[in-house]
Design a protein around this ligand. Structure first.
Ligand SMILES: [Zn+2]
Length: 561
């Protein structure tokens, strides 16, 4: 046979942004060996008329560091066409970790990434088969995985490893920084593609303490990034904070010639219209010789809340007053929520950003009306002939205020999001796959980009969108053998129907270890997903057994050895 697999008659969109063309893709021994015409015989053939054949998608912002140890399929990313993921983002991870710190590391993940502690403990078990970062990489490689994985070295486990619990409390000494540098070099030599860290004031770990990376000084950051400067490889990923803003990022980028990417630039984060200033800044920094790339998201950022603790509304005067009153005389919340006059005031007194909040709210969990779950609040209210605020508060009261709602709080203004995702100095990412699993699911961002922003809004051509999902993130992250379809390259591909591709509605399932729940989205229109020449998904179902030999590779130094 000339080919192990060929995909015939599809529109080949190769990831570079060049116009697509109708042709065949021939694959042999895990590599693309024909592109355009593949006339020879093949062991298996996928007919792809009216379908698009693209490189597998590259998701550079995931948190599968723990999940990869119990879920070799890395669900749900491949469902949506992702064939390469980057782990270790925001400086979180599970290695290096001493046995004595395992629980603290998992509790940190629980707090900052919204992972279930029970699921983490059940998934990882009592004895971990690794302590150091190189051992962790060996473990991932040996266990095998359905899609490719590249890893950032995480600042939080690194600091905890070197400084113990003091890592959450103070700056490192010169000796400690020297040890960290040595471990950083060891991680890069073992195949890390860069270094992840967080200075975000929202990142508090176990016992409410700041995550270790937040206690790092700018000098410590420089010391660690200098390791990548010395070996002329690797990138820095930062969750931004005041003490390490884009100014400090530009300095390290220029000084060590290391690209820096930061999370997250979302619309409304810097006030209405504030995103434009950030985009101008990114352009200026680029001109000044720094490579500082904000990560943006093509999806609204959602948060879940209950009316028992409606933290989303804390900044609203009326809600704040109610919290104060409820603390003084318990039950005040319930009485207000039931009072038609209070309900009227609640709607009338909202600040501009919160007006019509119900239009971007979904009923996430409603024990008194399960049939409404995962339905948009406004739509459900319309069908019932009710006011949406009345419906929300009625569901809250019927559930002892435990009913959960999910609201888009940032990145919902589509004109602004369009500015962000089409800017030449940003990168579309932020799936956060594997994290916040019971709260949100953006692991489907790739099919959302293709369905919403290409087909519905026509903000991108198909070729541009595929480029944003493949070559652009791969190049930025130094993943050198993925992201384009070309002869001789590893055969990672996704076949999809451009007329139907998109994410399905979110669905709550209970399939994590210890029965923990998460939100998932099935993909529409994804016909086949191929990793290193092997079909792993076909028509929305796994095409390989999770206990079989799996085709994903650990991309040490950004490529398969
Ligand atoms: Zn993250």
């Amino acid at each position: 046979m000339a080919y192990d697999l060929k995909i015939t008659g599809g529109t080949i969109v190769d990831g570079t942004g060049k116009p697509g063309f109708v042709g065949d893709l021939g694959i042999k021994d895990g590599r693309v060996v024909a592109l355009g015409r593949a006339d020879g015989t093949a062991t298996a053939t996928i007919e792809a008329a009216d379908q698009v054949v693209a490189p597998g998608f590259v998701d550079v912002h995931t948190h599968y560091d723990a999940q990869v140890l119990w879920d070799r399929m890395l669900s749900i990313s491949p469902w949506h066409g992702v064939t390469t993921t980057v782990i270790g983002n925001c400086g979180f991870g599970v290695a290096p970790t001493r046995a004595a710190h395992r629980k603290l590391i998992l509790q940190t993940l629980e707090k900052v990434e919204g992972m279930s502690l029970e699921a983490l403990q059940a998934g990882l078990g009592e004895s971990w088969p690794f302590e150091t970062f190189p051992q962790y990489l060996d473990t991932v490689e040996k266990r095998g995985v359905a899609i490719n994985v590249a890893a950032l070295f995480g600042h939080t486990p690194l600091r905890m490893y070197v400084m113990g619990e003091a890592s959450t409390e103070r700056a490192a000494t010169a000796d400690e920084i020297a040890v960290m540098k040595k471990l950083m070099r060891e991680a890069m030599d073992a195949g890390a593609i860069g270094f992840g860290t967080s200075k975000s004031i929202t990142h508090n770990g176990y016992a409410g303490k700041p995550v270790p990376s937040r206690q790092a000084t700018v000098e410590e950051m420089h010391a660690l990034v200098s390791v990548m400067g010395d070996i002329k490889r690797g990138l820095m990923q930062v969750t931004i904070g005041r003490e390490f803003s884009t100014k400090e990022m530009a300095e390290v980028s220029r000084k060590y010639q290391v690209p820096v990417t930061w999370t997250a630039l979302l619309s409304y984060m810097y006030g209405p219209g504030g995103h434009r200033k950030q985009l101008e800044l990114a352009a200026q920094q680029r001109q000044s010789g720094a490579l500082v790339i904000p990560q943006v998201s093509c999806r609204p950022l959602n948060f879940e809340f209950t009316f028992a603790e409606p933290f989303i509304f804390d900044v609203q005067k009326i809600m704040h007053e109610l919290a104060v009153e409820d603390a003084k005389s318990p039950g005040a919340r319930r009485r207000a929520y039931a009072d038609p006059a209070w309900r009227k005031r609640f709607t009338a007194e909202l600040t501009p950003v919160f007006q019509r909040w119900w239009d971007r709210t979904v009923i996430a969990w409603a024990p008194s009306a399960r049939e409404l779950e995962e339905r948009p609040l406004a739509e459900a209210a319309r069908k019932m002939g009710k006011d949406p605020v009345d419906l929300a508060l009625d569901l809250a009261l019927a559930s002892d205020l435990q009913a959960r709602f999910r609201m888009a709080v940032l990145n919902f203004d589509e004109a602004q999001v369009s500015d962000l995702i089409t800017d030449p100095n940003t990168i579309i990412a932020l799936s956060d796959a594997g994290a916040h699993a019971s709260q949100l699911c953006d692991a489907c961002y790739a099919t959302y980009l293709l369905g919403h922003w290409v087909r519905e809004k026509k903000t991108f051509t198909l070729e541009q969108a595929v480029h944003h999902l493949t070559q652009r993130p791969a190049e930025m992250f130094g993943i050198t053998d993925r992201g384009v379809l070309a002869e001789g390259r590893p055969a990672d591909a996704v076949v999809f129907d451009p007329k139907t591709v998109g994410p399905g509605p979110l669905k709550r399932v209970y399939d994590l270890p210890a029965g923990a729940d998460r939100l998932v989205s099935e993909a529409h229109g994804i016909t086949a997903v191929i990793v290193n020449g092997q079909v792993i998904r076909r028509d929305g179902k796994d095409a390989v057994a999770s206990d079989a030999k799996l085709p994903g590779r650990l991309l040490r130094h950004g490529r398969a050895p």
